[in-house]
Design a protein around this ligand. Structure first.
Ligand SMILES: [Mg+2]
Ligand SMILES: [Zn+2]
Length: 436
């Protein structure tokens, strides 16, 4: 398992393995239905809540773990390239394939064939949805499919319908429907490079529609499937849809979602045994008695678990960040094995006299977590063994639970106040549960 440090305050979170998939985004259309807006800018750059639509889409692609993106451009190519550049802003690598004149969806994709070396996820530059890529991809692979459509169930009005067999094999596509309910084509699909080679051999025109001319060839070959997805689906092709998009893509800060509390756990003396001279090597890490049982109980609660720990060993040069990371890998390995999920680890690497904002009893680490995970500190709990843990919790408005393990609050360094006392983590979990 890999973990990475995200910021100086030391948030660690699981590293996503980049997916061996190329996202191919159709962004070359004229956007005629959105005129006059699209007279001056291409449709993917139409702004929604101050940001171009394409920005949301590329962010989504990046968050799915995809690193390689091919943008198929045409109309107002320069504006798209100028805005997206090489994709650094989203942590992706963008390559461009520009159609000099409209080639249709199929023609545009075949033109970019050299840039597509692995399974391609083709997306419309004017639609957005919550896509469960893992499920989609594993279904595609399980079926040994050459192309798999991301289909959804819903109103068929003005949408292309899909007729499929029980196992998902596509039997036929129906033109845009007037109404009714059923499986419709979202316009997103996974396609193999071998399917593109096959189509290149079969279709002799440079300009063609993938949906109308390409897919029927794959259906006839009996190697095309539909995957039934769920969630929100949104396109910005029309003014009516555009209005809806403004609501759905509202920035998180403007959404009135209720923030949740978290459980902040001290590490030394709570999860693992304290040692006289710090823990500077994985071999020195030993779990506290009953800690794993207690952590299991805590992780059954509906609050994220975050570890918040002062690790001045780094500032004191007693261990490197790499070693600390190894110590945490050892700990997380055991926890994951026991089904315990830790949402993040925050550590302060500084020495006390550096007067940083993150060292407990200061609240810097809690504030970093609050921001990153949208946590309501007033609904949160701090579980620790020292007076510094308690004072940090008091300062941030959290409920504090003092453990009998480790220092058991007897360090008396700070005027921290415990709201509750627990002899072990199982008991702490009970206290939290009763307060929820
Ligand atoms: Mg401690
Ligand atoms: Zn610090």
């Amino acid at each position: 398992m890999g973990w990475r440090v995200l910021c100086e305050a030391g948030i660690l979170e699981p590293k996503r393995t980049p997916l061996n998939i190329t996202a191919v985004v159709l962004a070359g259309g004229l956007g005629t239905r959105l005129r006059p807006i699209t007279l001056n800018i291409p449709k993917p750059l139409v702004r929604i809540n101050e940001k171009p639509f394409l920005d949301y889409l590329l962010q989504k692609i990046s968050s799915m773990g995809i690193r390689d993106v091919v943008l198929l451009t045409g109309y107002k190519h320069e504006m798209i390239e100028k805005y997206c550049r090489k994709g650094q802003k989203w942590g992706i690598r963008i390559k461009y394939s520009r159609e000099p004149s409209p080639l249709g969806t199929g023609g545009a994709i075949l033109k970019a064939r050299k840039l597509i070396k692995n399974t391609a996820l083709v997306l419309n530059g004017d639609s957005y949805f919550q896509l469960n890529l893992q499920g989609f991809l594993s279904s595609h692979q399980k079926n040994n499919s050459l192309a798999t459509i991301f289909a959804m169930h819903g109103s068929l009005s003005d949408r292309g319908a899909i007729i499929s067999s029980k196992n998902g094999q596509v039997l036929s596509f129906l033109e845009k429907q007037k109404g009714g309910f059923g499986l419709f084509n979202t316009g997103a699909y996974l396609i193999e490079p071998s399917a593109l080679s096959f189509l290149a051999k079969k279709i002799h025109s440079r300009k063609f529609s993938m949906e109308k001319d390409g897919f029927p060839q794959l259906v006839a070959k009996k190697c095309m499937y539909a995957y039934k997805g769920k969630g929100k689906f949104l396109d910005i092709g029309t003014f009516a849809a555009l209005a809806g998009a403004h609501k759905i893509l509202l920035p998180k800060s403007q959404k009135k979602e209720a923030k949740i509390g978290a459980i902040f756990l001290d590490r030394d003396g709570v999860i693992n045994k304290n040692r006289e001279n710090y823990i500077t090597h994985p071999d020195e890490f030993e779990f506290e008695n009953g800690a794993i049982e207690g952590l299991k109980a805590l992780s059954r609660l509906p609050l994220p678990l975050l570890i918040v720990t002062n690790q001045s060993i780094i500032g004191r040069k007693l261990a490197s960040r790499k070693t600390l990371s190894k110590i945490h890998d050892k700990m997380l390995g055991v926890l994951v094995h026991n089904g315990i999920k830790i949402t993040g680890i925050l550590f302060c690497p500084h020495m006390p006299h550096k007067n940083c904002i993150c060292r407990k009893p200061k609240t810097g680490m809690l504030l970093a977590a609050q921001k990153k995970f949208r946590i309501d500190l007033k609904k949160s709990f701090v579980i620790g063994d020292s007076s510094g843990d308690m004072l940090m919790g008091n300062n941030a408005g959290c409920t504090t639970i003092l453990m009998a393990t480790g220092y058991g609050g007897k360090d008396a360094k700070h005027p921290g106040k415990a709201d509750y006392n627990a002899k072990n983590l199982s008991q702490a979990a009970k206290i939290v549960k009763e307060l929820l």
